[in-house]
Design a protein around this ligand. Structure first.
Ligand code: C5P
Length: 413
């Protein structure tokens, strides 16, 4: 058994056309390091970016690419689909995602996906505008409804020179999510949160000082958006009450865009009534300027004081409702993490607090605000679970599983 409690999985890796295809070689290695057997199927476009020989050498197996290959086995697509425990398409191009959506079967990879009865995972990689295009987003939403799992994409600098969502998720991360997805398979097939409404606050708030200035913080909204995505995959109706971020919300989430803490507070209170699970992930400003100047404040004295007023604590208010939804808060701390998180759990009367360190871990990887990774602990009245340091997507997956479990226990006891 490996660290994820699984071993010897048979993984069929489909590679489609895109510059990120070179990263699939590392993915093969990562999967093999976890005792997986990997077989590779490449599309014709993939072979324009990286040679089949690389994968043949890495896997010690022939690379499959042709429906009518010389093996003489006319049923190759069925055989391959039956052989695999899981299928992962990495990178998955926008074109391949569209083919998968419509059930096209015009090459070996698309045909075997149509014939597959095992879980299919898709790690997209494409230009940010192609990713954001409603055609792609609609396709993704249809595939997610069918139970196909999406891993990534990441944000950042792209091969084309643009910046945005559409980078292939790090191969190490793809491997980790793929291999820990035993539960996620149950989630999609079992739809653990089906029929439940999950309300999530996200991102920073902006507190206006005058018409051109505001007070805010470095929250990116990544953790909350990842939680929204995972809750959707678990079958929940998701309401996302989001401060300003640069992220594309999951297509199926009901988005309420807000700016200030007061706006976030009233959007939450208006939507809380039918909420089963409330996740307060936003970095809400604790204070706001007492007055917002009607005109831009001019430079005058050497010192300027701005009187600040306390904002309502949204989580505390929701936790005080009777009946109250299952309430989960976040504690991002730079010091005394667990002690402060425990205090928050008690002070706010939350069911769970997810504690995460802000700063850098021992390896120098940035954690917390506006970072790709988090080191998280789940704290409740009777336990403290160290989830370790992972990408926000992977943590979201673990957190939604845990939250679903706590919800189920609470409602069956
Ligand atoms: O009290 P503190 O801000 O450290 O607590 C953090 C938790 O409380 C987070 O879950 C955050 O979303 C929530 N919070 C809130 N409303 C506020 C401040 C924090 O919901 N005004």
């Amino acid at each position: 058994m490996d660290e994820h409690g699984e071993s010897n999985q048979k993984i069929l890796l489909g590679i489609t056309g895109g510059i990120a295809a070179y990263k699939s070689a590392e993915l093969v290695r990562r999967l093999q390091n976890q005792s997986c057997t990997v077989k590779v199927v490449m599309t014709a476009a993939a072979e324009k970016f990286i040679g089949a020989l690389t994968f043949q050498a890495l896997t010690g197996e022939p690379v499959y690419h042709d429906m009518y290959q010389s093996s003489g086995d006319a049923m190759e697509h069925i055989e391959l689909a039956r052989w695999a425990d899981k299928i992962i398409i990495a990178p998955a191009s926008a074109n391949f995602i569209a083919k998968l959506t419509h059930g096209l079967a015009d090459d070996l990879l698309s045909t075997l996906c149509l014939a597959a009865e095992v879980p299919i995972y898709v790690a997209p990689a494409m230009n940010q505008a192609m990713w954001k295009n409603p055609a792609t987003q609609n396709n993704i939403s249809i595939l997610q409804q069918r139970g196909i799992h999406f891993l990534g994409p990441d944000q950042g600098q792209q091969a084309c020179g643009e910046t945005g969502p559409g980078r292939l998720l790090d191969p190490q991360e793809i491997a980790a999510q793929l291999l820990t997805s035993q539960q996620s398979t149950q989630l999609t097939t079992g739809q653990r949160l089906a029929g439940k409404t999950v309300l999530i606050t996200a991102g920073p708030t902006k507190e206006a000082i005058d018409p051109v200035r505001f007070i805010s913080n470095h929250s990116s909204g990544k953790m909350a958006y990842a939680l929204a995505q995972q809750a959707l995959q678990a079958g929940a109706n998701v309401k996302l009450i989001s401060g300003p971020t640069s992220l594309t919300p999951p297509a199926k989430a009901e988005l309420h865009a807000v700016e200030s803490a007061l706006q976030m507070h009233s959007a939450v209170m208006q939507n809380i009534q039918d909420t089963d699970i409330f996740i307060a992930c936003a970095a809400v400003a604790d204070y706001r300027p007492a007055t917002v100047a009607a005109n831009k404040i001019k430079k005058q004295a050497d010192h300027l004081s701005i009187e600040m007023l306390r904002n309502p604590d949204i989580l505390t208010e929701v936790c005080a409702l009777k009946p109250k939804p299952l309430c989960i808060g976040f504690a991002a701390e730079t010091e005394n993490l667990l002690e402060n998180a425990q205090k928050k759990l008690n002070a706010k009367n939350a069911d769970l607090i997810i504690a995460n360190a802000v700063g850098k871990n021992k390896e120098g990887v940035s954690l917390g605000f506006n970072a790709e990774n988090n080191h998280a602990y789940i704290i409740s009245k009777d336990h403290c679970i160290d989830l370790g340091s992972h990408s926000k997507n992977q943590l979201a997956h673990q957190l939604i599983n845990h939250i679903a479990e706590v919800y189920e226990k609470k409602h069956t006891s």
